[in-house]
Design a protein around this ligand. Structure first.
Ligand code: GDP
Length: 235
């Protein structure tokens, strides 16, 4: 396990209240993401839950930092790693986001959907074509999908596999957010180059696309991510 700057473990650093604390955001927003709870894993499009709530999907190349980003966003150490248990890696994993109303009742507001990782060179052909059918079909057709966060290692953003996913998401109503994670691994000028490049690519896609830097290790960019995603759910 990686060691954080404070001398503790990676997870201690990632989940401690370092820079960028919550508090500037309305509490209900923070609560919305912290409320995430596992609902269902889906192996084929026919098994998707009713499209009654807005959905935000997280996608990314294997090892980009997707699970860690989801866990930091939801403040639940093991949530997205549930998606990494054997047998679940090729599934769409749904987590419900909810709020409490004035009577204390839980009101579902949306789903966070953890998509299987892609771009793993050694994946057998059968696995790749299963990914294309399931994830390609989901992102191309799911009407309740309001946006997709594409998690990319800030040192290697917009690789061909990421571009292939972007090409799948050819719907003007589906937002895109490039999350350039592991930003703690870059110096300031490298960070600037990475975010400029991602923003230029977002601009090519129009107003539905945006980009930001993120570090789970340093807890940087968490609030920006929460604000973006909450905006998608609100709209
Ligand atoms: P996934 O396969 O996309 O779900 O990737 P993981 O979330 O499992 O992360 C892959 C590796 O990157 C792990 O070793 C994480 O500890 C590490 N990692 C994830 N986020 C960060 C980050 O913000 N900074 C650093 N330095 N390492 C990270």
């Amino acid at each position: 396990m990686q060691t954080g700057t404070g001398g503790g473990t990676f997870f201690e650093a990632a989940y401690s209240t370092g820079p960028d604390p919550p508090g500037c955001l309305p509490a209900f927003l923070v609560q919305l993401f912290h409320s995430a709870r596992f609902i269902i894993s889906v192996a084929e499009l026919a098994g998707l839950p009713d499209a009654a709530l807005p959905e935000i999907a997280f996608a990314g190349r294997s090892n980009a930092g997707k699970s860690t980003a989801i866990n930091v966003l939801t403040q639940q150490k093991r949530l997205a790693f549930a998606s990494k248990t054997p047998g679940r890696t090729q599934l769409l994993n749904f987590f419900e986001l909810s709020e409490r109303d004035e009577q204390g009742q839980t009101v579902p507001r949306g789903y966070l959907v953890d998509l299987p990782g892609y771009g793993y060179a050694k994946a057998p052909e059968s696995e790749r074509s299963q990914w294309d059918t399931l994830v390609g079909g989901y992102v191309a057709r799911r009407q309740s999908l309001v946006g997709i966060v594409i998690v990319m290692d800030a040192r290697r953003p917009l690789l061909p596999a990421d571009e292939a996913l972007i090409a799948f998401i050819d719907r003007p109503t589906c937002r895109l957010h490039f999350l350039l994670t592991k930003a703690d691994q870059l110096n300031n000028s490298e960070k600037r180059l990475a975010i400029d490049r991602a923003r230029r690519r977002a601009e090519e896609l129009g107003p539905r696309a945006s980009a930001q830097l993120f570090s789970a290790l340093k807890r940087q960019g968490v609030e920006e991510l929460e604000t973006t995603l909450a905006g998608w759910l609100r709209d």
